[in-house]
Design a binder for this molecule. Structure first.
Ligand SMILES: Cc1cc2nc3c(=O)[nH]c(=O)nc-3n(C[C@H](O)[C@H](O)[C@H](O)COP(=O)(O)OP(=O)(O)OC[C@H]3O[C@@H](n4cnc5c(N)ncnc54)[C@H](O)[C@@H]3O)c2cc1C
Length: 442
C-alpha cells in the first residue's frame, strides 16, 4: 500500500474566497501555503487525497544538480524553502540536506556534467566534479569501473509520504480551507474572466484560480478550449525494507537511482524508463514531442495501447458542470508498475553495492508523469482566461521544485513582481511559433 500521511478536511464548505487552488499535490499545497502566509483567503480542492498522486509516488530527490538551466534558479530557491520548512511549518516534511552523488563509468557523462556546471555557475550554483579516485573514496563500498562523478552538497531528499500533507496542514493552520474528495468540474466565467469554480459540492466564488492538477491538467484545460500539450508517461519505483546504509542521500549509478529513506529502507528505480499509452491526448500532442522522442529518451520509452485510451486523464471525455466528471471517476490515479524494471533496478544496485544483496521489495508502485515537450513546467497565466494560472507539466522533477513554484505562483496571483523570469514557463511557447528548446534535463 502507498503510505501517505493524512490531512483532515476543513469543516464547513466555503462558497466564497479570493483564490481556489485545484489539486493537492506538492505544487498546489505549496501555492496554498504561500498564499495563506500572505493573508489571502484560499481554498484548496482535491479530487482524491492530498499527496496521493505523483507527489506521494516520486523518488524524493530534491535537487538542483543537472537541471535544465532555465529552471535552475527556481530549483535553487526551492532548496532554500525546503531548508526553512521544518522550523517554519512546525511539521516534518522529511527533508534532509544529504547531498546528491552521480557516478558513471563513461567519460562522456563526466564531460556533460562539466559543461553543465559551467552554465550553472553563471547563475550561482556550485557542485564538484569528482575524479574516479575521488568518487571511489566517497563510496568506498561501491564496485564499478568508475570514470568519475559529480557531488552536489547542497541538494537533499525529502519524504513524499510526508511532504505535501505536512505543508497542507501548515496552510490550514494559517487559515486555508482544504476539501478532499472534491473535484473541480470546471471554471465559471463571467464576461470572459474567471469568476468561480464548479465543484462536485457546488460552486465556489473566486476571481482567481490556480490549476495544479498534475496529470489531469491537460484534460481540465481541454474542457475550456485551452491547449496544454502534455503527455503522461508512467514511471515505476519501489521501496525496500530496512537495509544496511551504503549511502545517506541520493545516488545515481549505472542504470539505477537510489535514495536512503528515513525508515531505513531505500527507494529505487531505473531512471528515465517509462511507459506511454497511445491514448487520444498523447496522440493529439505527439508532433510537439518530436524532439523529445528523438532524444535519448526514445530508447527508454515503452509505447502501448492500454486502458487510458478509454478512461483516465488522456481519454477523450466531455461532461457538464452538473454531472459527475472524469475527475470523480478516478479519485487516485494508480497505474500498474512495470514489473520487469523492478528486478532490473535491484540487480543494477546490487552489482554496485554487493552488501545490499539481501534487498527485499516492500512495495512497488507507478505514477503518471505530466510531461511537457521541453521537459520544463508551464507556470503561466492564460491570456484568454484572465484570473487563471496554470502550474503543470513538471515533467518528472516537480517534487523538488514545488516550494519554489508555490512561491512563484503566489507572486503571480497577487500580481507582485515575480522573482523569476516567467518567459521559459509561459504556456504560449507551444503555440506562438517559438522554437522549443532541446530538452536539457539530465
Ligand atoms: C516515479 C516518479 C518519480 C519521480 N521522482 C521525482 C524526484 O525524485 N524528484 C522530483 O523533483 N520529482 C520527481 N517526480 C515528479 C514529481 O513527483 C512531480 O513532478 C510532482 O509531484 C508534481 O506535483 P503536482 O502537484 O504538479 O502534481 P500531483 O502530485 O500529481 O498532484 C496533482 C493533484 O491534482 C489533483 N487533481 C487533478 N485534477 C483535479 C480536479 N479537477 N479537481 C481536484 N483535484 C484534481 C490530483 O488528484 C492530484 O492529487 C517523480 C514522479 C514519479 C511518478
Amino acid at each position: 500500500m502507498l503510505k501517505i500521511d493524512e490531512v483532515e478536511d476543513s469543516k464547513e464548505f466555503t462558497a466564497q474566497c479570493d483564490v481556489v487552488v485545484i489539486g493537492g499535490g506538492i505544487v498546489g499545497v505549496c501555492a496554498t501555503y504561500e498564499l495563506a502566509r500572505r493573508g489571502v483567503s484560499v481554498v484548496l480542492i482535491e479530487k482524491g487525497v492530498v499527496g496521493a498522486e505523483q507527489s506521494g509516488r516520486n523518488w524524493g530527490w530534491v535537487r538542483q544538480q543537472n537541471r535544465d538551466i532555465h529552471e535552475l534558479p527556481l530549483a535553487m530557491r526551492s532548496l532554500r524553502r525546503w531548508n526553512e520548512f521544518d522550523e517554519e511549518l512546525g511539521e516534518d516534511v522529511g527533508f534532509r540536506k544529504t547531498g546528491i552523488l552521480y557516478g558513471t563509468e563513461h567519460q562522456a557523462d563526466v564531460a556533460r556534467w562539466e559543461a553543465w556546471l559551467v552554465k550553472a555557475r553563471a547563475v550561482g550554483f556550485e557542485s564538484r566534479i569528482l575524479t574516479a579516485r575521488e568518487f571511489q573514496a566517497r563510496t568506498p563500498s561501491s564496485r564499478a569501473n568508475w570514470a568519475g562523478g559529480v557531488w552536489s552538497e547542497s541538494d537533499g531528499r525529502a519524504e513524499p509520504s510526508k511532504a505535501a500533507p505536512a505543508i497542507a496542514r501548515a496552510a490550514q493552520k494559517l487559515g486555508a480551507k482544504i476539501y478532499q474528495t472534491c473535484a473541480a468540474r470546471g471554471l465559471d466565467l463571467s464576461a470572459g474572466r474567471v469568476s468561480g469554480v464548479w465543484t462536485e459540492r457546488g460552486r465556489i466564488d473566486a476571481s482567481r484560480v490556480v490549476l495544479a492538477g498534475g496529470a489531469w491538467s491537460s484534460l481540465f484545460c481541454r474542457s475550456h478550449g485551452i491547449d496544454l500539450p502534455t503527455i503522461n508517461v508512467v514511471g515505476t519505483a519501489l521501496r525496500t525494507a530496512a537495509a544496511p546504509a551504503v549511502i545517506e542521500g541520493c545516488f545515481s549509478g549505472p542504470d539505477f537511482a537510489l535514495r536512503r529513506r528515513i525508515d531505513g529502507g531505500y527507494t529505487i528505480a531505473v531512471p528515465g524508463y517509462g511507459r506511454m499509452e497511445l491514448a487520444p491526448q498523447n496522440l493529439r500532442y505527439a508532433t510537439k514531442f518530436r524532439k523529445m522522442f528523438r532524444s535519448k529518451l526514445n530508447k527508454k520509452l515503452k509505447v502501448r495501447i492500454g486502458e487510458s485510451f478509454f478512461s483516465g486523464p488522456e481519454a477523450h471525455r466531455t461532461w457538464r458542470e452538473d454531472e459527475a466528471s472524469p475527475f470523480e471517476a478516478t479519485r487516485v490515479l494508480d497505474p500498474r508498475p512495470d514489473v520487469e524494471w523492478l528486478s532490473r533496478a535491484i540487480r543494477n544496485v546490487v552489482k554496485v553495492f554487493p552488501e545490499l544483496s539481501g534487498l527485499r521489495i516492500a512495495h512497488a508502485w507507478a505514477g503518471a508523469i505530466d510531461t511537457s515537450p521541453d521537459l520544463i513546467p508551464v507556470i503561466s497565466s492564460v491570456p484568454s482566461k484572465p484570473g487563471l494560472v496554470i502550474a503543470a507539466g513538471f515533467s518528472g522533477h516537480g517534487f523538488g521544485l514545488g516550494p519554489g513554484a508555490g512561491l512563484l505562483i503566489s507572486q503571480m496571483v497577487l500580481e507582485d513582481t515575480p522573482e523569476f523570469d516567467l518567459h521559459p514557463f509561459r504556456l504560449q511557447r507551444f503555440s506562438d511559433g517559438s522554437e522549443l528548446a532541446q530538452p536539457e534535463m539530465m
